[in-house]
Design a protein around this ligand. Structure first.
Ligand code: GLN
Length: 293
């Protein structure tokens, strides 16, 4: 696979017009597929054993920062490799299915993430999926919600899902800007790039490992009143099958290596055929350079 792939289906441009899938012709799926992401509903059946299902978790409340794009990137990178793949849209109105092959959760505002935490606690399909090792990508508020608890800007504290050994409290000021991270996870060799926009500082407990070391930006940050640790700032969390990060962008559009790591884990393969997308390479160069300014 190589550069001719850039002429393939443009992520997000599909809609029902370019996907004449009869499963999307009526009922709730029709509503779901009306989204620019061309999704299927949470209660739809897997169309075939071989279709890879990407669970898009609560885009109705955790879609503020464009992180829904992560699911699009995963689906497109699967399709480029010849896999059938679909995005399962899981909203506040749905029971959370535990049967997806991998999941993505985006960022959101303080109030939205409290709603998300309540719903994911009440309908614990994601927790069951994590228990069997399904890969999950959680962004920003998603990472905070996956922790033990989080304190938001108004000082109120809310329980998280307890999937990550982390807690979140406010920083002295909001972090907004380019983020560059040196990954510390096997399989990731390239710098990670993203855009951060958060008040929370996330502190890791002994069961959680950082995704990487911050080379530009703030990453997990430092709780108000505390100093940057001697070892420097760290970014993100890796624990079991969950990878969590403060990187928006969307993170997987900027970091194809991270996307393919999640896909390899979901598919149970060691590697996937390379996909070169010149526009992505260009975007990475530009954003990493912008972070240095
Ligand atoms: N509300 C959270 C914070 O400010 C998360 C923001 C986000 O998801 N970008 O820390």
């Amino acid at each position: 696979m190589s550069e001719q792939n850039t002429g393939a289906e443009i992520p997000g441009a599909g809609g029902s017009g370019t996907n004449p899938d009869p499963r999307n012709a009526g009922g709730r799926d029709a509503g779901a597929s009306a989204s620019p992401l061309d999704t299927v509903a949470a209660d739809s059946a897997r169309p075939s054993e071989s279709t890879v299902r990407i669970g898009l978790v609560l885009p109705d409340v955790m879609g503020t920062y464009g992180d829904d794009g992560n699911s699009l990137v995963l689906r497109q990178r699967l399709r480029w490799r010849g896999y059938d793949a679909e995005i399962v849209r899981i909203t506040l109105e749905d029971e959370v299915p535990d049967s997806c092959d991998l999941y993505t959760v985006g960022g959101g505002e303080d109030a939205a993430q409290k709603l998300a935490s309540r719903h994911l606690t009440a309908s614990p399909g994601l927790q069951r999926a994590v228990e069997r090792g399904a890969p999950v990508l959680a962004i920003c508020a998603g990472m905070q919600v996956f922790g033990e608890w989080f304190v938001v800007s108004d000082g109120s504290r809310a329980p998280g899902l307890g999937l990550l050994d982390v807690t979140t409290t406010p920083q002295a000021s909001r972090s907004i800007g380019e983020l560059v991270v040196a990954p510390q996870v096997a399989g990731l060799t390239q710098p990670l790039t993203g855009f951060e926009n958060h008040m929370g500082a996330t502190v890791l407990g002994p069961d959680a490992a950082p995704l990487g070391r911050v080379t530009s930006g703030v990453g997990n940050g430092v709780p108000a009143g505390q100093q940057v640790p001697a070892g420097g700032l760290v970014e993100g969390v890796v624990q079991g099958s969950i990878i969590a990060t403060y990187m928006h962008g969307p993170a997987l559009a900027r970091n194809p290596e991270l996307a393919d790591l999640l896909l390899c884990r979901a598919l149970g393969v060691d590697s996937l055929p390379p996909v070169e997308v010149p526009a992505v390479a260009q975007l990475r160069r530009e954003r990493i350079a912008a972070a240095r300014r």
